[in-house]
Design a protein around this ligand. Structure first.
Ligand code: AMP
Length: 231
């Protein structure tokens, strides 16, 4: 299945994409993760992207598209993928359609995960990420056993710069202006399904599978519990 998970930052796209990977047998392709890896590596692309990311702005379409193109060319994405955080602009959506057309493919579904702004601010500002393994916790909804330490590897938990309140509000404004117009784009192509993304990760997962026409029985109970606060 070729799927796009789409919605505001903090809607839980990452959590759901990771749960769906096993269920659909298709890899998660998260542009935020690809960009953060480039920043960690200190590549030229990473250096260019870093500033935009820290300010809650979008990284240039060409940079992001090139990363996605390279990632989707890998063999594990040949028969399906779950795009998480891409496309985020109409230009990116058009470039994706063109690229898929060249491969003789098309998207099967675009799922919009709906959450209101105040819920998002609560979710993201409480999010803490492990510096070592990337696991995600939440100070209220999913606290680590030992404050400031990762349950999985003992690594130090930190707040991503773009998870600070002021930056989250900027990211929401950017979402409204640049990304929301994609709703109409995908309504027109008949691909859009809208899902209420408030509730436990398992509940939201069942709603998404329902929207995809899949039987939800195969999602193990509790799967994704450690990443409840994921974006
Ligand atoms: P995320 O982890 O998806 O919330 O992404 C973190 C940041 O990476 C965003 O706030 C943007 O700065 C950048 N980013 C991720 N995906 C894209 C994209 N498709 N287009 C432009 N910038 C992106």
């Amino acid at each position: 299945m070729r799927l796009v998970l789409f919605g505001p930052p903090g809607a839980g796209k990452g959590t759901q994409a990771r749960m769906l990977e096993a269920r659909l047998g298709a890899p998660q392709v998260a542009t935020g993760d690809l960009l953060r890896a480039a920043v960690r590596e200190g590549s030229a692309l990473g250096i260019q992207a870093r500033r935009c990311m820290e300010q809650g702005q979008l990284v240039a379409d060409e940079i992001v598209f090139k990363m996605v193109e390279e990632r989707l060319a890998r063999p594990d994405a040949s028969s399906g993928f779950i795009l998480d955080g891409f496309p985020r602009t109409v230009t990116q959506a058009e470039a994706l359609d063109r690229m898929l057309e060249q491969r003789g493919e098309r998207l099967d579904r675009v799922v919009l995960m709906k959450v209101d702004d105040e819920e998002i601010v609560k979710r993201i500002t409480g999010r803490r990420t492990c510096a070592k393994c990337g696991a995600i916790f939440h100070v209220v909804f999913d606290p680590p056993r030992q404050p400031g330490r990762c349950n999985a590897c003992g690594g130090e938990l930190y707040q991503r710069k773009d998870d600070a309140e002021e930056t989250v509000r900027m990211r929401l404004r950017v979402y409204l202006e640049a990304t929301r117009p994609l709703v109409n784009y995908y309504v027109r192509s008949g691909l859009l399904a809208t899902v209420d993304a408030v509730g436990s990760a398992d509940e939201v997962g069942r709603r998404i599978l329902g929207a995809l026409g899949c039987n939800s029985g195969a999602i193990p109970r509790g799967a994704g519990a450690a990443v409840k606060a994921g974006g």
